[in-house]
Design a protein around this ligand. Structure first.
Ligand code: ZN
Length: 467
């Protein structure tokens, strides 16, 4: 993909510390330093490897009780131990889980987000990563593949709004699909008009071009099967709010409102790297939410692709509009399941902060496994209710449904109820409201405010919800 340069490094796993690393071991056993802190001295690095290795010391930390805590500790360790000029990093840990956390944190730190600063420092020069401890190739490859998927999410979510708009995003997706051997099918503005995708187009028509589209991409890791899991993502390249214009600082950062679609791409990339024996169909709603003579506004009546009539309330609730028709397209193929991702509601952030993302599902049996997938992956999620009586909050006098409640309401739940209308009956569904797509200071193993949340979680969901 254009300008997505993911660094390649050589990796090696050693089960035991070789002789020339004795100094490290000795230091480790004698160290009075608390676990996961500090950096070794320059002298120590030179003792370790002439080529300038840096190493990190880890022992079991009683506070690091779960994956999230281990990943957080590892992020801090890596930040403290690694300097940009290091070319060889040696990670040593007593347990596979600790080493796993250190590897994850190192790979997350390895990727530099795009910068347009004239005096930007050259990126890090890490060439080699050596792991010493109980680890295997399969586990390492998994972390490498997830890290690349996560880097893609963060890359796309960081691009300036004029670098990533509805047409250039589509262009990049087409190029990525070609490089990775994914099938790619673009539903153009014109075509969506003919199909009657009124909910998507209500938002798209605010732009002065017809560049918005829904893109279907498919990774076929199991070509003998027709089964596929659909991943649907909100790709609002910039969200001004529309006529319900965002004010003050609230518009700033809205170039990241396409994060959900990036999570879809990140997962397809990870699956490709791992050659996962499954089929994944990605559905990307690529659009901008602008104001203009044709832009939608409150009290309009919109007819969605599946026939549902929607009373427009607030143009800033555009995510659910573009997802509605995209969910219809995805679920009409009757996939094994539909997982959708969206930076959807402020009320989800209000409920969980940016530490967790919210999840909703029409499968009660998946509630505990979803929480567990979040815990195991370090990308934590918590479920909210999806009971039908919440529909009272988006009841319309003139249409089948209101876009959102005009007053104060549990908008993240209302949004999920709204979306549920567009998932064909009988299709298993999980909706992820990505409140943790950014977190000041980084989250778990990821050191940047843009977290790329959703790849590790989804990989775990694919394993445990759809074995
Ligand atoms: Zn919005």
């Amino acid at each position: 993909m254009k300008a997505f340069d993911y660094p390649r490094i050589a990796t090696k796993i050693l089960r035991k510390v070789p002789d020339r690393f004795d100094a490290a071991l000795e230091w480790r056993h004698q160290s009075q330093q608390p676990a996961l802190s500090g950096r070794s001295s320059r002298e120590r690095q030179q003792t370790l490897l002439a080529e300038g290795a840096q190493w990190t010391f880890v022992k079991q930390d009683e506070d690091a009780s779960g994956p999230f805590e281990r990943l957080t500790a590892a992020r801090k360790a890596v930040a403290g131990a690694w300097q940009a000029e290091d070319r060889h990093l040696v990670l040593i840990a007593d347990t596979g889980d600790d080493l796993d956390a250190l590897v994850s944190a190192t790979l997350a730190a390895l990727y530099d987000l795009p910068t347009y600063k004239q005096d930007a420092k050259p990126s890090n020069r890490l060439e080699k990563l050596t792991l010493v401890g109980p680890f295997d190739e399969a586990r390492l490859n998994r972390r490498l593949a997830e890290a690349e998927g996560n880097a893609l999410v963060r890359f796309l979510s960081t691009l300036p709004a004029n670098e990533l708009n509805a047409w250039s995003y589509r262009d990049r997706v087409e190029e990525l699909a070609e490089n990775e051997g994914w099938e790619c099918r673009v539903y153009s503005y014109k075509e969506l008009e003919q199909m009657g995708a009124g909910a998507f187009l209500a938002v798209a028509r605010g732009s002065d071009d017809d560049e918005a589209s829904i893109v279907r991409i498919q990774y076929r890791g199991n070509p003998d099967s027709t089964d596929s899991t659909a991943l649907v993502g909100k790709g609002v390249c910039f969200d001004t709010g529309g006529y319900n214009l965002k004010t003050g600082g609230y518009m700033f950062g809205m170039n990241g409102d396409m994060g959900g679609s990036a999570v879809v791409l990140g997962n397809l990339l990870t699956a490709s790297r791992l050659k996962l024996p499954v089929n994944l169909t990605g559905w990307l709603a690529l659009v901008e939410n602008h104001i203009g003579p044709k832009a939608y506004h409150a009290n309009q009546l919109v007819k969605a692709l599946n026939g549902t009539t929607i009373e427009v309330v607030d143009t800033d609730a555009e995510g659910r509009m573009v997802l509605a028709d995209t969910l219809t397209l995805a679920s009409r193929e009757h996939p094994l399941a539909v997982f959708d991702y969206a930076t959807l509601t402020g009320s989800c952030v209000g409920a969980l902060s940016t530490r967790y993302s919210g999840v909703f599902t029409n499968q009660d049996a998946w509630l505990m496994p979803l929480i567990q997938a979040g815990r195991d992956s370090g990308e934590r999620v918590w479920p909210f209710p999806l009971d039908p009586d919440y529909d009272d909050q988006i009841k319309s006098e003139v249409a089948d449904i209101q876009q959102c409640n005009p007053g104060k309401s549990s908008d993240h739940i209302d949004a999920a109820r709204f979306l549920s209308r567009f998932v064909e009956s009988g299709v298993r569904w999980v909706h992820v409201d990505l409140s943790a797509d950014h977190h000041k200071g980084g989250l778990a193993h990821v050191p940047t405010e843009v977290t790329g949340f959703g790849v590790r979680l989804t990989q775990r969901m694919l394993e445990t919800l759809l074995p």
